[in-house]
Design a protein around this ligand. Structure first.
Ligand SMILES: [Zn+2]
Length: 609
């Protein structure tokens, strides 16, 4: 695709959890808990509040279409602030300090007084019905060319456990939100800027690591399209795919608009109850439905079923809107007869709603209020197809396509938090902030000081195990051994489904030191790590791969094997090394370094020839 010709503009919002000791507006620890450890559950009923402007935000209003009862799990690390039973404490100074450091690294201008605001969020992810957020700095630069609009310090939302249940351990962990200008024009550029900002964030060494601790929202539009925000992109490598698929979707929707115009298509209000037509249907979905509603889309035949991005059709978009009313989805005549609906039923349906050849009929099923609400929503979305691309907040689907979540939030979403005092930011405070070493510089330093090749050095600097690596080097472990284990071995294990994320640094360093000192064969590392990942203590993990061979044990083992094969060795000379090595390795593999085995065996053979 020629992105320039299409007028692609994209911006990103990066959300990164900070690794502080305490939460942002209470003194609880920022640790994630296992839900089995919960010690209580509270329930809340949330409703949209009217903003100071006297209007309910459109995104909030959309959320209100559904029942708003929620449950929250609490722990022995939860206090009354997270339960919304007590006002917040002052803003965590450590979190503010990290945010100001990031702002300084991005050449941003701090604002003189940091005010905490409330951003209305009634999807249940916050017990209060709003998220506290504070603008800290503005106007910076990333990657030489892209303007950073703002950095905000916010509280993390509660973790969703099921549709209506959340876990309070994550709620209130400090989070920075960095918003760029819409300064990117190709999918690759979006990835590069996201990668650069991610590197800046990790350079502070004060951010949480691991899945879910950093999330990207991408804003995308093309000429004549509309601004669409895709939320929750967790993997950097998927960004180009997400952007290109959204461009494809907008291009498809614009083409659909033109075709609908040329056909004189229209969307007229009015739904018809067609429940009786399906009284003896074989369709499982329709058979059990108390109410089935239908509507005709004039001139839409063949368009609803058209693919607009991989795995998604215009029908999927309409279905997303309908689902907000609690129905499972919708059927349309572009895809029927199918799903147990017969040709006769389709003909009867078309007759009832007086649909012509060029028209498409949609049906939804549920309770009467659900079906009635859903058909109106589907018609609303069909009407938008005549206009082009609707402005929306969407969620990323696993492969990089996306589904509708809600309209883009309007300006009515924010109002002041009066329970938290503003914080002054002075020039002296900014001057006192020391800029951390950039990870790109760390990588260069590893290459120069430790002689590690530059690609591997970069891998280490960017990896979750950077701190472990630095501790290993400080403990005198050979850089090559530390790098190979912490980068390659851990990655290979993770590909095999072995997650060593829970193995503490200290354990890894003790293991590496013992390998470094020749006590444990390096070949045994993967098996020992597997045992550690399975929860074994280190000594047990080492024993599980068999007792390690000392050099003297090895020497007597080899003496025995070589004596048994004395004749063979006399005949073959040094050519016997390979075959005999095989015999020895069968006994000792993984329990002593292969190089040591080769050396001892070679000496033993030399004595006999
Ligand atoms: Zn708390």
């Amino acid at each position: 695709m020629d992105y320039k010709a299409l007028g692609l503009t994209a911006g990103i919002e990066i959300h990164q959890q900070l690794d502080t000791a305490e939460k942002l507006y209470c003194r609880c620890p920022t640790i994630l808990r296992n839900i089995d450890e919960k010690n209580g559950e509270i329930r809340r009923y949330l409703r949209a509040t009217v903003s100071e402007m006297g209007v309910i935000d459109r995104a909030a209003e959309e959320e209100m279409k559904q029942m708003r009862f929620f449950s929250y799990y609490s722990y022995d690390t939860t206090c009354l602030v997270e339960n919304d039973d007590e006002p917040p404490t002052p803003m965590n100074p450590e979190a503010l300090q990290i945010t100001l450091t990031i702002a300084k690294m991005l050449s941003m201008t701090p604002i003189s007084q940091v005010h905490t605001m409330r951003k209305m969020v009634i999807d249940g992810s916050n017990t209060t019905g709003f998220q506290r957020t504070a603008l800290v700095a503005m106007n910076g630069i990333a990657g030489g060319s892209c303007r950073i609009e703002s950095i905000c310090l916010e509280e993390e939302a509660a973790q969703r456990v099921t549709d209506k249940t959340f876990s309070l351990d994550r709620l209130g962990i400090p989070l920075v939100e960095i918003t760029t200008a819409p300064c990117m024009h190709t999918p690759e550029e979006v990835k590069e800027i996201a990668e650069y900002i991610g590197m800046i964030l990790r350079s502070t060494r004060k951010v949480k690591r691991g899945l879910g601790t950093i999330r990207q929202d991408v804003n995308i539009s093309i000429r004549d399209g509309a601004r669409v925000e895709i939320k929750g992109v967790q993997e950097l490598d998927l960004i180009p795919e997400v952007v290109s698929r959204e461009v494809e979707r907008q291009v498809s929707l614009l083409a659909i608009r033109e075709e609908l115009k040329s056909r004189g298509a229209e969307v007229l209000p009015g739904e018809i109850d067609v429940t009786d037509l399906f009284s003896s249907t074989k369709s499982k979905v329709l058979k059990k439905a108390p109410c089935i509603m239908a509507a005709t889309l004039k001139g839409f035949a063949g368009i609803i079923g058209r693919e607009i991005q991989p795995g998604r059709r215009l029908g999927s978009e309409m279905s997303d809107y309908a689902k907000k009313c609690g129905v499972g989805g919708l059927f349309h005549t572009d895809e029927l007869p199918a799903y147990g609906v017969t040709e006769e039923e389709v003909a009867a349906l078309r007759g009832r709603v007086m649909a012509g050849h060029g028209d498409c009929v949609i049906i939804v099923s549920g309770t009467e209020p659900q079906a009635s609400c859903a058909i109106k929503q589907a018609l609303k979305r069909a009407g938008m197809a005549l206009e082009g691309v609707p402005e929306e907040t969407r969620k990323m689907l696993p492969e990089g396509s996306s589904a509708y979540m809600r309209p883009l939030p309007g300006a009515a979403r924010m109002y002041p938090e009066t329970d938290v005092l503003p914080v002054e930011i002075t020039g002296e405070m900014m001057d006192a902030i020391e800029l951390p070493e950039l990870l790109t510089d760390v990588a260069e330093r590893f290459t120069e000081e430790l002689g590690i090749d530059s690609a591997l050095a970069r891998h280490i600097a960017y990896s979750d195990r950077l701190l472990t690596f630095e501790k290993a080097i400080a403990a005198g472990i050979k850089p090559a051994l530390a790098a190979r284990t912490l980068i390659s071995t851990l990655r290979e294990l993770s590909r095999d489904g072995v997650d060593c994320g829970g193995v503490p640094d200290e354990t890894l360093i003790v293991l590496l030191s013992r390998v470094n000192d020749g006590e444990i064969a390096k070949e045994a590392i993967p098996d020992i790590l597997r045992a550690l990942a399975g929860g074994s203590p280190l000594e047990e993990a080492i024993l599980s791969v068999g007792p390690t061979f000392s050099v003297s044990d090895l020497e007597s083992l080899i003496e025995g094997i070589v004596t048994e094969r004395a004749e063979f060795i006399r005949d073959r000379g040094m050519a016997a090394l390979g075959p005999v090595m095989g015999v020895v390795m069968k006994e000792v593999r993984g329990r002593i370094d292969g190089q040591i085995v080769a050396d001892v065996l070679k000496r033993s053979i030399e004595k006999r020839i």
